[in-house]
Design a protein. Structure first.
Lengths: 80, 150
């Protein structure tokens, strides 16, 4: 056996599961900010958050659900 | 010097012309500033409420009721929504939102353990300081108003 292949070798940095989870959230939220930035460029085909939320809120049920979602976020983060 | 042909500017509106003092340009700014001060005070008071208390629940209920009442009874002039959305462009958003929900759901399914925290577990400590929580509440109220206009 090749002894050079055995042993501890170079130090390996292990990322904790918690860090992986946090990085995942940061990446997704950063992607959303990037999408919003790209959507605001002239001629962009990507809709802004306001545009697609407005589109979802065209029917009354969409309006009710989006506003309920907004209120739920407030209750979840500020009342609990 | 001949001044007889110089057109006179129109007379300022008098008290009987139907012109109200708050119809001027300064009123909307003053009104906006006043509403901003009231909302900031409200957010500051709401930020001081103890979590899981009736007070904190009421502080969240009031904006919800007010926004719902405005949306139903006194809807403001709405920003016209687009007639249709670009499918490809919208798909990027669908992917991002689905990824966020999937990541959050996986943490929630695993009971939000410390090594796999949910977004709530990560955000709640950030909302600890009174100032941060108040700013977040003010932002939340502003988002509610923005949604009513959509």
């Amino acid at each position: 056996m090749d002894l050079r292949r055995l042993g501890a070798g170079a130090a390996v940095t292990i990322m904790s599961t918690r860090a992986v989870t946090i990085v995942g959230f940061v990446l997704v939220i950063a992607a959303m900010f990037l999408l919003e930035f790209l959507a605001r460029r002239p001629g962009s085909r990507i809709p802004t958050v306001g545009q697609w939320l407005g589109y979802l809120m065209r029917p009354r049920i969409g309006r009710v659900l989006v506003l309920l979602g907004w209120w739920w976020l407030g209750w979840h983060y500020f009342a609990r | 010097m001949a001044t007889g042909n110089v057109p006179r500017p129109p007379d300022p509106p008098g008290p009987r012309t139907g012109y109200l003092p708050w119809h001027g340009r300064r009123w909307p700014r003053a009104r906006t500033a006043a509403i901003g001060v009231v909302l900031a005070g409200y957010a500051w008071a709401a930020g001081a409420a103890e979590p899981f208390s009736t007070t904190s629940l009421v502080f969240v209920l009031i904006p919800g009721v007010v926004v719902a009442a405005i949306a139903v009874a006194w809807p403001p002039q709405r920003i016209p929504p687009p007639e249709k959305l670009d499918i490809t462009g919208m798909f990027y958003w669908v992917i991002a939102v689905a990824a966020l929900f999937e990541w959050e759901a996986s943490a929630w399914k695993d009971n939000s353990l410390p090594w796999h925290p949910s977004l709530t577990d990560l955000i709640n400590p950030l909302l600890g300081p009174h100032l941060v929580k108040s700013v977040a509440i003010l932002l939340w109220i502003c988002v509610g108003w923005a949604l009513v206009r959509r």
